[in-house]
Design a protein around this ligand. Structure first.
Ligand code: ZN
Length: 129
């Protein structure tokens, strides 16, 4: 799946797109892996509530501030984005039962852009029978 992000840092809800992939895969029982190919993006599962989305981005700013000296910034000025991606992780694995993606009531799947805006690729792999 291709995503063109519009901001420097943002969380994009990709839940419906992943659900469509699961439906089209015809897998009834299995797993779905959502993974990003980039080193300054991440995949997370959490609640899609506007305040919480802002809180997650502020948490990242507090944990890994942008204006600090990092070794990687000698060659590329985006060490903070790589480090935030390390903390969040590059993939999530979810169950597929009876042909449906299993998510809790308040769970959504987000693509986290940490050094945008850019063109990005997310891989959605459904495995099972
Ligand atoms: Zn870099």
């Amino acid at each position: 799946m291709k995503i063109e992000t519009g901001k420097r840092v943002e969380l994009i809800d990709i839940t419906e797109h992943v659900r469509d992939h699961v439906t089209q895969s015809d897998v009834k029982q299995g797993i779905c892996v959502i993974s990003t190919r980039h080193t300054t993006t991440a995949i997370i599962v959490n609640e899609n509530e506007a305040g919480l989305r802002d809180d997650i981005l502020s948490l990242l700013e507090r944990f890994v501030p942008e204006n600090v000296s990092y070794a990687h910034n000698r060659i590329d000025n985006n060490a903070h984005a790589h480090l935030r991606a390390v903390l969040l992780g590059s993939s999530e694995t979810l169950r597929v039962i009876n042909g449906k993606l299993v998510l809790g009531t308040w769970q959504s799947i987000f693509f986290a852009e940490l050094d945008g805006p850019r063109k990005r690729i997310v891989d959605i792999t459904v495995i099972g029978k």
